[in-house]
Write a protein that binds this ligand. Structure first.
Ligand SMILES: Cc1ncc(COP(=O)(O)O)c(C=O)c1O
Length: 403
């Protein structure tokens, strides 16, 4: 067989993935073990019924054909209206391009912003696909870590320190996966100032914009001088309960969108026809959005209060998003150590923070994508598990000091 290109075979790089706990747990679950999976961000319930019905209707109505490469007009209009609401910046359908999910929109944004050899700054802790998305574009990147002691809010000084002559773009994600941090206005102003002063693109991943923990969502698009340099990534996955539909979009300057139509020409040749019509209706009606927002808010609050006063760990970040971050560094060697031990002892799968960059090391990400009862039981078992270990460590310290 001839060689596979380095571009494709190297997408995952050599980074430790941190996802072994999840894959091991999944394999054991499929083999019949009773394992509580709190390691993945996919909804525990189906897509809202109204969206499913709309899709069946659109399929029966004969929408079986190729679609406009940029996205059918009704879908882009609905996406533009949602973007106007989410960002507070008037958006027209010429500034929208559809993509297969937020991931497809990220791929498009990264390829629009960077040439091979260019450099990007990724703010960490970051979503696991970011590094591979830069590698496939043959661009390099450095991670600027937002620190737990700063509530995972990135600082402009750290961005300045990572800037290189070939830096062209910054990638941020708020509300953040995995930390649940919701970037403050001050944080976003620092990032925006950095991008303006160095003439950089800002790729802003806002797929969790409806999960802000009750705060008004803030988009850097709305800050002065940012409209011409901000590429907003969004999708229906997390907001509308539609992960498996693979529909997302990017909002950017019209010239960027016009050029990206050619990426859709060679990559997807447009989204599915009946799916496009159904998602347009789901976006206009907002089916399920309010319910999903409230459901995750309630679960987040319940989990945080179940960990209230826990000995040996503490909740960090977790203002929004669909995960809770537990700092276990006082009691465990690493997030990995905690996650493997928890899987063995309690048959609960969580994701080690190490999967998301250095600043999340010593933490674990707990997904809220299970029903309330399962989450409550898991929280109480995790609490016992941590406190037992913290108690053992304390006893060892006392014995060690006495001997
Ligand atoms: C931060 C972030 N961005 C983008 C995505 C991609 O989502 P999708 O492609 O389903 O829209 C995810 C999925 O988990 C995510 O967590």
């Amino acid at each position: 067989m001839p060689a596979i290109s380095k571009r494709i075979s190297g997408i995952l790089g050599n980074d430790p993935s941190g996802w072994e706990v999840h894959f091991t747990a999944k394999a054991r679950q499929e083999a019949g073990e009773d394992i509580v999976m709190l390691s993945i961000g996919d909804h525990d319930r189906p897509t809202p019924e109204a969206s499913v019905e709309a899709c069946v209707e659109e399929l029966r109505a004969g929408h079986h054909h190729y679609t406009d490469l940029q996205g059918i007009a009704s879908l882009r209009q609905a996406m533009a209206d949602v973007t106007t609401r989410s960002t507070g910046v008037a958006t027209t359908l010429e500034q929208i391009i559809v993509a297969p999910g937020g991931q497809g929109a990220l791929f498009a944004a990264v390829h629009a912003a960077l040439d091979p050899g260019d450099h990007a700054i990724v703010v960490g802790p970051y979503y696991a696909t970011y590094p591979g998305t830069f590698r496939v574009a043959c661009a390099s990147f450095d991670v600027v870590e937002a620190l737990a002691e700063d509530d995972f809010q990135p600082k402009r000084a750290a961005l300045e320190a990572a800037k290189r002559p070939e830096t062209r773009a910054v990638l941020i994600n708020s509300p953040n996966n995995p930390t649940g941090a919701v970037y403050s206005r001050e944080t976003l102003e620092g990032i925006a100032g950095f991008c303006r002063d160095h003439d950089l693109w800002l790729i802003s991943d806002e797929v969790y914009w409806t999960h802000t923990g009750g705060e008004q969502h803030l988009s850097p698009l709305a800050l002065p001088g940012m409209e011409e340099r901000t590429l907003v990534v969004n999708s229906v996955s997390k907001s509308h309960g539609m992960t498996g539909w693979r529909v997302g979009w990017m909002r950017g300057p019209k010239q960027v969108v016009d050029d990206l139509v050619n990426l859709n020409l060679v990559l997807t040749y447009g989204l599915g026809d009946f799916i496009s019509h159904a998602v347009a209706r789901a976006l206009v009606a907002g089916w399920g959005v309010e319910e999903l927002t409230q459901r995750y808010d309630a679960r987040r609050k319940a989990l945080i209060s179940a960990f209230d006063g826990i000995r040996g760990a503490q909740v960090r970040g977790s203002q929004g998003g669909i995960y809770v971050m537990l700092d276990v560094s006082d009691t465990f060697e690493s997030g990995e150590d905690f996650a493997w031990s928890l899987l063995e002892a309690e048959k609960i799968a969580v994701t080690p923070g190490e999967a998301f960059g250095r600043a999340a090391a010593g933490h674990v990400r707990i997904s809220l994508c299970q029903d309330e009862q399962t989450l409550a039981q898991a929280a109480s078992r995790i609490r016992n598990f941590v406190e037992t270990r913290a108690g053992e460590a304390k006893r060892q310290r006392i014995t060690g000091a006495a001997s």
